[in-house]
Design a protein around this ligand. Sequence first.
Ligand code: SF4
Ligand code: SF4
Length: 113
Amino acid sequence: MSTVRKPITPGPLRKREKVLVILQEQCKECGLCIEFCPKNVLCLTDIYNRKGYHPVTACDIDACVNCGFCERICPDMAIFLINREEAKKAYKEGALQKGTVIPEFEEEKEAAK
Ligand code: SF4
Ligand code: SF4
């Protein structure tokens, strides 16, 4: 039996199964999702939505663990997780309603520039 340990090589980064979607026009700036997110992913923007609130965005989307707490706590159903492929398709086709933000895809777009 060999006593030589195999080198530990990290595997490819595992993609989260779901992506975070924020309907910024529906957000009422209550801050509950920010408070309950265990990974400090969320923060408020400095823009105004139609209702005159500063909607939520993701300040550190890479830290999201898909726990779904934000989705459960939001009283306005303004933040939720959806299947990655489904979201990608809608995003590419421009089929998202105005004010819909998918932070992970926005980040990828920025990185590709
Ligand atoms: S799914 Fe969980 S980790 Fe991701 S933003 Fe929502 S509360 Fe935070
Ligand atoms: S819980 Fe919903 S309404 Fe409240 S800040 Fe978060 S996304 Fe906006």
